[in-house]
Design a protein around this ligand. Structure first.
Ligand SMILES: [Zn+2]
Length: 242
């Protein structure tokens, strides 16, 4: 049985038997990994609270026949304590963890960009210097882009004609010009489209200068875009106050 080390964000935990848990991880080197943490629900567990969702950990794992087994865990950053103590951060962070798990489909397929995006977003969320809802929207647009679903906010998503355009259609992949407009498209304010492009690019100067009504409108479009691509609305998204 081989041993390996990796860094990971804990995405989810499930009870297993009397005292164990199955831990779903997004790792730096091995993509999504599910592993057993033995005895972790006992108060005397040597893992303590290091294997709770949001925690950034350095792990040693033993390869198993079906699931790997966590043999060592050291905390690199205790995002769980910071994110978990604030409702707005907690709900935003929960959507991030669920989205990461849904977008990284294959187990043990390296997904370094998704890992780095998630670590960066949790660090920003816990540092308190940005609006949690905007950190979430930026993370969602960028992780969808990494997964191959980059939305277009400047040129037309169908014919490529230079914008700005007025219609947004999640199924078509973003903004549409007048000629490509599809029935049922929405018409966001130009400032909202500019904000969405800034969130995708990580342009915080533009994002933070935006007005509340454009932020709210952008939230709705990001949710619609995410839902379309994940096929069903994320359970946790319904708890985020929009
Ligand atoms: Zn077009």
């Amino acid at each position: 049985m081989g041993l390996y080390r990796d860094e990971a964000i804990v995405l989810r935990t499930q009870k297993l038997g009397e005292a164990d848990r199955i831990i779903t991880l997004l790792t730096r080197g091995n993509g999504r990994v599910r592993a057993v943490a033995k005895g972790v629900r006992r108060t005397t567990s040597r893992f303590g609270s290091r294997l709770e969702p949001f925690t950034y950990v350095d792990l040693q794992l033993a390869e198993g026949r079906s699931l790997d087994v966590v043999t060592q865990a050291e905390t690199l950053a205790p995002y769980a304590s910071n994110v978990g103590s604030d409702y707005e951060k907690y709900t935003a962070g929960t959507v991030m963890l669920e989205t990461a798990e849904r977008l990284v489909v294959e187990e043990k397929e390296p997904a370094l960009q998704q890992f780095l995006l998630l670590v960066g977003a949790l660090r920003t969320l816990s540092a308190d210097d940005r609006n949690p809802s905007q950190v979430l929207d930026s993370f969602l647009l960028r992780s969808l882009a990494v997964a191959g679903y980059a939305p277009t906010f400047d040129s037309c998503a169908r014919c490529g004609r230079e914008g700005p355009h007025r219609c947004f259609n999640p199924a078509a992949g973003g903004m549409l010009c007048g000629g490509c407009r599809l029935p049922g498209s929405a018409s966001p304010a130009p400032e909202t489209v500019e904000l969405l492009a800034a969130l995708l690019a990580g342009d915080w100067a533009v994002a933070e200068a935006s007005a509340p009504r454009h932020r709210k409108e952008a939230n709705g479009f990001v949710s619609a875009y995410l839902s379309w691509h994940l096929e069903r609305k994320l359970k946790s998204l319904s708890h985020v106050e929009r």
